[in-house]
Design a protein around this ligand. Sequence first.
Ligand SMILES: CC(C)(COP(=O)(O)OP(=O)(O)OC[C@H]1O[C@@H](n2cnc3c(N)ncnc32)[C@H](O)[C@@H]1OP(=O)(O)O)[C@@H](O)C(=O)NCCC(=O)NCCS
Length: 215
Amino acid sequence: MAAQHYTDAGTAPRVVLRFLAAPTDVNWGGKVHGGIVMEWIDEAAHVLATRWTGDVRNVAVYAGGVRFYRPLRIGHLVEVEARLLHTGTTSMHISVPVRSGDPATTELELTTHGLIGFVPLTPDGHAHAVRAWVPVSDEDVALEAHALELVALRGAVERRSRTTPEGCARDGAGTGWSGARAVSHVARSSDADQGRVRPRRRSRRPRRPSRPRRG
Ligand SMILES: CC(C)(COP(=O)(O)OP(=O)(O)OC[C@H]1O[C@@H](n2cnc3c(N)ncnc32)[C@H](O)[C@@H]1OP(=O)(O)O)[C@@H](O)C(=O)NCCC(=O)NCCS
């Protein structure tokens, strides 16, 4: 991510949130808590997704690659910029650099960067097709290629994680993103490892009445 160029040369849709880091945002070391910064990343991406779709019903489907470059100080001016990198069938892939600095100066430094994916929802909570965005500038094209490269990498990692404990591939198709199968498999094997496997239930079939003995 650090090797990518995120400048004003891009024409991608973007939103910028600006505010002061509040005393309530503090961590045990006196700086801004990392979880709070991730919340800001999520919020900025949500605003961008809402603007792009024109609808507030959208949710994060993944958040990855959050890099904390330097601490963010309480009282500093914070700028959280969400920028659209790529649209898939239903997903919006959004880059969010966070910059901050002393409000008495105009200098802001990059403190954190995150990538996050959002999906618009139908009223009944299913993924909805998203309006396609077409990159225009060279920078937009390069950043979309970067986003697609990360999608491919995540797909490869998820497919690798769908393995049995013996390392044999479980899902021969290897398509799609759903990790549900891998998760349920992990849950089953960890239950077994910890002796939480339920005893086999007895059949509820009523027993046949035993024949009366012949005298
Ligand atoms: C959003 C939701 C309804 C979509 O479910 P779904 O129909 O099964 O769809 P999937 O999750 O498989 O995929 C939806 C999109 O996300 C993308 N996606 C999923 N996991 C991804 C990952 N790890 N990296 C990149 N993209 C990913 C898929 O590729 C797909 O995009 P595409 O259509 O452009 O190819 C469901 O995932 C959900 O409810 N998630 C919980 C959302 C939530 O509560 N978020 C936190 C609070 S906001």
